[in-house]
Design a protein around this ligand. Sequence first.
Ligand code: SF4
Length: 674
Amino acid sequence: MKENAENAGRGYWGKILHVNLTSGDISPEALGDPFYRKYLGGVGIGARVLWDRMKPGADPLGPDNILGFTTGLLTDTGSLFTGRFTVVAKSPASGGWGDANCGGYFSPALKRCGVDALFFHGKSPKPVYLYMDQDTVELKDGSDLWGFDTIETEDALREIHGKRAQVACIGPAGEKLSLMAGISNDSGRLAARSGLGAVMGSKNLKAVVAAGRKRIAVDDKATIKELSSGFRKRLDRGKFFERFLGDRIFGMTGRMMRPGLFYMRQPAFLWRKMLKKFGTPALTALSAEGGDSPIKNWGGSGLKNFPLKKSQKIGAETVVQFEEKKYGCYSCPLRCGGIVSVKQGPHAIEEMHKPEYETLCAFGSLLLNDDIFSIFRINDLVNRGGMDSISCGGVVAFAVESFEEGILTLEDTGGLELRWGNSGAITQLVGKIVRREGLGDLLADGVKRAAEKIGRGSEKFAVHCGGVEAPMHDPRFDPGFIISYFCEPTPGRHTIASYQYLDLQELHKKFSRAEKAPLLTTRKRRFAPRGKGEQLSIDSFYKMLVDCAGACFFGTQVGAELPLCEWMNAAAGWNLTNDEYLVIAERVHQLRHAFNVREGLNPIRDFRPHPRLYGDPPLKEGPARDVTVDIDTFGKSYYEAMHWDVTTGKADKAHLKELELEDVVQELYGGTEA
Ligand code: SF4
């Protein structure tokens, strides 16, 4: 496969592939420098291609949906923290825009095949997988792989294509079209959200194997190297603090963070040290104590229902006792991951990725479960099944509360005593959900669909936003999250914008529109929504920049000033200012939103969160006591900053034109003056 000669040496190949699974045709599309200057890479390529090629109203699980795998503009360029790929498609969970991304080693292997992205159209008549390297691209029979879990699939494909082949695949959850299915790589890491594993399953596409070896050239290698070395030095600052970190100190810090009279800015150096030493499990005790973790299906408090002695049992120090070795994604200088092993007992597991905070919380405090061995087992079940652990934890919490309240009976559960903290029953239920057995079949499409089928008042316990289960960060602790949960094009997303991220990212150092977060603020000011939309919108755009570059979100939060824009300029030979990059990022964000509007969705209306998420009614005790977030005013403030009309969801015409999205204006407004 020959690269587009005009673009060789710019950090991108200038080429994407379209794979028609119905006919088996594979055709390249060349993209020029103007395209990359407008959309960069990663999610930017995905947003533009889906906007251009997807028929509005397409069935998300039908052949007209398009599933894209995109690599970042910075992936494999010598920059750091930039090994993530983004999957895009219409989401069967929300019915609108869907994306999910993942680290590991798949993205550089795909980029080394000489393409920036792959798009799958149609539906294969039988199970297939795509094999690709720098010379060949071929659809192959995947019938023998159908039914394998994600790790078995990877192992089988490496047997065939060699140890260096990188695999993105679905497990049983994707095959059985669970709306909580994700796409796995690196033996159980998941691009988990938006239900995109079900889209892959609906196309009979079991896996994508990337075994490329061709390195992308860049415009200015020396500058990239210099920027990377400076970043590494900044990242190594303050090693001294690491030795003191542990669950006890996290618990104490959590207590200090409880909403009192004041809030303090989050210290980035502390988060850097926590990630490096423990990974995201470092949040478990801190967040349960501080009020960031949801407790008892969002109806309880850490203080009363899941105190420190419980959260410590599933916290960082417990988890690392089982860590065999550290794990880091491609080009990561921090290495927050780990491989754990449970040597003996009924939950013995040879090796697996360490559970992330989201998993520990979703199957821990959300269910009042302090049995770490059950969480390890569940982590293995969902990783192998190819299922989103956040959504799966949410649906189990829904089932437990429905059982506790007498809506589900032992007959419904197949004899499982679904009580709070009953780790055995919870673990068995997860197995049933992954396999779609009995009650698990009903639950496998998430809480919204399950409540619609069960009825009998169960919707009271179905905590979701727009059909997607809420992640493990409580907007009653950080009201910035509520914007991401119901105004973001992918509802229920915790990795976009929040006050904590604004604290950690210090965007005022990068962008002229961004304001410095105050060191100390009062509770009253923190929860006052007016005027907050502008800063949260900048945070949303920044996340688009991160996803276009193929970068890890954590790299932006560790107090070391990730030089994303500088790296992109050096890679592509551009001379864009940071503010110009922010405009590009907004263009991508607006396209994702326009996709939803074209599908008839207006997030502020259609992704409205479950009342528990914003404190209606407020909790009576614990860190989030008495808090009700005024989501309508928050939402309107964000819509205003985005130039979106609250009633129709449409972006302002003039603003879209400023962003050079005239074709979007045409499609959303036609010839009318709406
Ligand atoms: S910080 Fe963690 S998730 Fe991010 S790139 Fe490094 S290992 Fe991967």
